[in-house]
Design a binder for this molecule. Structure first.
Ligand SMILES: Nc1ncnc2c1ncn2[C@@H]1O[C@H](COP(=O)(O)OP(=O)(O)OP(=O)(O)O)[C@@H](O)[C@H]1O
Ligand SMILES: [Mg+2]
Length: 252
């Protein structure tokens, strides 16, 4: 079971969009996929289920010790499942502050499930206890980066945090890949992409996802981008990204 944590402490850099579209794409490629939504904003939960009325959520797992299997729900896409989030996860930092083993709650919860090929963990835009749980539970990290501002400024905080976790908590925390997104084909986008490639080298996927309104529309309409606008530049890019991910993860 490959567990990818999609992390970037900066907000609005397409963590959720990339999680959801990778989830759909991998499921449509025949893999069994679980999306774990650790963000109290619950954007990936809403995008996959169309409501936030779930009786049990990841909150029950992390705070009340409920079994992961008891909160996982199917989506409309065969092969794609979600462990939903809820707004009460916004209190997790406080509630888990003194809990023993608080950094490994998600690791323990995921160790109970075996029947997925890929787990994708969507994370909140901060480096609080939930993101740390995602880092420790994952086998690899995927970093989505928006080519809209000087994206690398915030990255050093992410990298320092990851280095501290490697040293203090004995996790290897490899970076599986960096996804450049929201490409506007402007001079700024090109400059930021060059800087990102210079910094991360071959870790950056060849596929650069363009800014494309169909991506946002599919998300808002609780639709799968690959059905909603299969010929859009956004869908084509995400399809290529899924192929790159499969090649990197499973290729010979
Ligand atoms: N390729 C794209 N083209 C156009 N809009 C996009 C694209 N990718 C993402 N978006 C939009 O950009 C916004 C931010 O994306 P998203 O919510 O995935 O970021 P995030 O990193 O998860 O944000 P947060 O830090 O708040 O969780 C959303 O409105 C989303 O629909
Ligand atoms: Mg998000």
């Amino acid at each position: 079971m490959r567990v990818f944590a999609l992390c970037n402490n900066k907000g609005g850099v397409t963590k959720t969009t990339t999680t959801v579209n990778l989830g759909y794409g991998l499921a449509r490629a025949g893999r069994r996929v679980l999306i774990v939504d650790t963000d109290a904003q619950s954007n990936s939960t809403y995008s996959l289920l169309g409501n936030l009325d779930q009786e049990h959520t990841l909150f029950d797992v992390l705070i009340h010790g409920m079994k992961m299997a008891d909160v996982i729900l199917p989506t409309k896409q065969p092969g794609l499942f979600v462990a939903p989030s809820s707004i009460n996860l916004s209190a997790a930092d406080l509630l888990m502050a003194s809990a023993p083993g608080r950094e490994r709650k998600l690791t323990r919860a995921l160790s109970q499930i075996k029947d997925f090929d890929y787990v994708l963990i969507d994370t909140p835009p901060n480096l609080g206890v939930l993101t740390v749980n995602a880092f420790i539970a994952c086998t690899d990290v995927i970093i989505p980066i928006a080519l809209t501002t000087y994206a690398l400024i915030g990255i050093s905080i992410l990298e320092t945090t990851m280095e501290e976790l490697r040293e203090n908590l004995d996790v290897s925390l490899p970076i599986f890949g960096v996804v450049a997104n929201l490409d506007d084909h402007t001079r700024l986008s090109n400059d930021v992409l060059s800087a990102v490639r210079h910094h991360f080298g071959n870790l950056v996927f060849d596929t650069v996802v363009p800014r494309n309104i169909k991506v946002e529309e599919a998300h808002n309409q609780i639709a799968c981008l690959f059905d909603y606008a299969p010929n859009s530049t956004g869908a084509q890019a995400y399809l290529k990204l899924v192929k790159e991910v499969l090649d990197r993860a499973e290729g010979s």
